[in-house]
Design a binder for this molecule. Structure first.
Ligand code: SAH
Length: 268
């Protein structure tokens, strides 16, 4: 894991996303789960130490529930089974770490529900069988999704604007020794041009438009997954938006309603 510090940056013009149509997750496919669990022989440094939250059985039960909710990508299920979510939440919340719930991580931010993380990662990877190339994550938070992403991509750049959470994520992630994960402190609304072009961009915070820099930094053939507010006047109404960048231009698909913390500019 490497750390980079970025200067505070200004907001760029947006790419408005229209919300309205809604598509739902595909139905569960059991063989994908069987594959994910059967191939889960543990990961060096991620082996269970006991029968409590450390136990791989607790994560496998979470993975089973994700499959029941419709997550079918075996690599996503496997990665969610590997990364110990309880290492990313405060000790008082550890007993809720494998429930499908978002939890506070400090500074008024939350770690997303496992179901939402899995859904977004599945959307990001759709149509890919192997590992993805370079991926940019906006909103490191406590670092959980970045750790899961690191199992699915060759390189992950994850940006956080709040210094307190950037530091917390670095502490949480130290245990995992993820050499392909790079943590950045900066305004993710400007993306991270040095790592571009990206095969994937994923945001864990929702604004009223998709920043132009993200679309510029997405590779041709790349995909972006982000929550977007229905309108600046009602920031609480958000939907997941998928943008595919092709040689013919950008194709945007609006998915289901979601609830994410707001995308903000500047570093604090
Ligand atoms: N993926 C995270 C979720 C964190 S919540 C996890 O697994 O914990 C979303 C995060 O986005 C918050 O920490 C918030 O501070 C951050 N955020 C909001 N606007 C941002 C911006 N412009 N640049 C970088 N991070 C931002």
């Amino acid at each position: 894991m490497t750390l980079h510090k970025l200067p505070a940056q200004k907001v760029r013009p947006g790419f408005p996303a229209r919300l309205g149509e809604s598509k739902l997750a595909s139905p569960p496919v059991r063989p994908a789960l069987a594959h994910a669990l059967a191939s889960d022989k543990g990961h060096p440094g991620l082996m269970p130490h006991g029968l409590g939250m450390d136990s791989i059985a607790v994560r496998q039960s979470m993975v089973r529930k994700l499959a029941q909710q419709g997550i079918t990508d075996p690599l996503v299920l496997k990665a969610m089974g590997h990364i110990e979510r309880h290492r990313f939440v405060d000790s008082a919340l550890v007993n809720q770490a494998y429930e499908d719930t978002s939890l506070p991580i400090g500074l008024e931010q939350t770690i997303s529900k496992p179901g939402v993380v899995a859904r977004m990662l599945e959307l990001l990877r759709q149509g890919q069988s192997g590992s993805m190339g370079r991926v940019l994550e906006i909103g490191t938070g406590c670092g959980y999704q970045a750790a899961v992403l690191s199992q699915l991509c060759t390189e992950v750049y994850s940006i956080e604007r709040l210094r307190g959470l950037h530091d917390k994520a670095r502490d949480n992630l130290r245990h995992f020794r993820l050499a392909n994960l790079h943590l950045l402190l900066g305004d993710g609304m400007l993306g991270y041009a040095k790592g571009a072009p990206y095969a994937g961009i994923i945001a864990a915070a929702g604004g009223d438009a998709i920043p132009a820099a993200w679309l510029e930094q997405l590779a041709i053939g790349g995909r972006l997954v982000a929550p977007v507010s229905a309108a600046a006047s009602s920031p609480a109404r958000q939907a997941l938006v998928v943008v595919d960048k092709t040689i013919h231009g950008l194709k945007q698909t609006v998915m289901e309603a979601v609830h994410f913390v707001p995308l903000k500019s500047g570093v604090a």
